[in-house]
Design a protein around this ligand. Structure first.
Ligand code: ZN
Length: 104
């Protein structure tokens, strides 16, 4: 779906204008904000959209999978659903999938 580069409104038709009137073509490249909304899986050669975030916590030997985090961080890896389901952790590590609902 096309979005206006000047705001979050969807662009109607081929004119590239949303209701606030900024021509999408004014901007040669999408601003960073648009890139962040379309994060990709971080695995090489994988072009799937990221749907989960893998975090390594080296101190405790734990890796966990969360829903896609809001920010990119150095020890976090964005993964598509397929790669998130096939995560392997080093021997002795614990993998925790925190996306599952936790019974309180
Ligand atoms: Zn992937």
């Amino acid at each position: 779906m096309l979005q206006c580069y000047g705001c979050a409104s969807s662009v109607g038709g081929r004119g590239g204008r949303c209701s606030h009137g900024t021509p999408a073509s004014t901007y040669g490249v999408a601003p960073v904000a648009s890139v962040l909304r379309m994060r990709q899986c971080s695995r090489p050669a994988c072009a799937e959209p990221a749907e989960a975030t893998l975090t390594y916590h080296y101190a405790s030997g734990t890796a966990w999978i969360d829903g896609l985090s809001g920010e990119r961080e150095p020890h976090r890896y964005d993964l598509c659903s397929g790669h998130a389901a096939r995560v392997r952790v080093p021997h002795g590590w614990t993998l925790v999938d925190r996306r599952s609902p936790v019974a309180a």
